[in-house]
Design a protein around this ligand. Structure first.
Ligand code: ZN
Length: 224
């Protein structure tokens, strides 16, 4: 069981749905800690962690990193860096059905359990419109969008000042293909959480503020 008032939430959604932006708002306004495997791999890699180096080899080749490396070796150690008395937001950490149980176990070891799975949904045409104009930071992986999240100085990362680039991945054809692949992999995962009664789907088409309001509402957070 979670401590009173402490939330454990899993966020997923296709790329371009704005999940990272939403989680950042929860970090800012509701003291959530943002926990993701992408950052884990990057940070541990920079520290010379053996498993992170191995995991990076897999991701560079576009391969799925085995659960042995991510869930059994890296994640338990990584979670020690977070404050267990705070709200936790996990972003896209369950990529296949087999990882559900592994996440359950990790949370249990921390004396927590998953309260909600918030799934952001996005229609393909909306996703294409959003992603084909976004920019990406090759240094810290931040993304910017002229309409939804503009950088402070045009063309340069607001976080680390590196020059922003457009990813080859953000071309319409590739976006559509990625969405199809996403739906194929996420559907069986959604089924499991739906049966548990913790799945909430949130339409990611409205503005950042509107979606944030919805997220705050479904999480039962008080306005501060
Ligand atoms: Zn950056």
């Amino acid at each position: 069981m979670n401590q009173v008032g402490v939330k454990t939430v899993l966020f997923h959604g296709p790329s371009g749905c704005g999940k990272d932006t939403q989680v950042e708002l929860l970090v800012k306004d509701y003291e959530f800690q943002n926990i993701g495997t992408g950052e884990m791999i990057r940070k541990l890699f920079s520290e010379g962690d053996e498993n992170a180096i191995l995991a990076t080899e897999y991701t560079t080749e576009g391969k799925f990193v085995p659960n042995e490396i991510i869930y059994k070796e890296m994640f338990p150690k990584w979670l020690e860096r977070y404050d267990n008395s705070k709200n936790w937001a996990f972003v896209s950490v369950v990529r296949e059905v087999g990882q559900i149980e592994l996440l359950d176990k990790l949370l249990e070891e921390k004396g927590r359990k998953l309260d909600l799975f918030i799934h952001f949904t996005l229609k393909p045409e909306v996703a294409v419109e959003r992603m084909s104009t976004r920019k990406y930071c090759p240094e810290c992986a931040a993304t910017f969008h002229p309409k939804f999240k503009p950088e402070q100085t045009e063309g340069f990362c607001t976080e680390c000042n590196a020059k922003l680039v457009q990813r080859d991945d953000d071309k319409p054809e590739k976006i559509r293909k990625r969405l199809e692949e996403y739906a194929r992999t996420i559907d069986p995962i959604l089924e499991v959480y739906k049966k548990r009664g913790v799945l909430i789907e949130v339409d990611a088409a409205p503005s950042i503020e509107e979606i944030h309001k919805k997220v705050v509402e479904v999480l039962g957070l008080k306005n501060q």
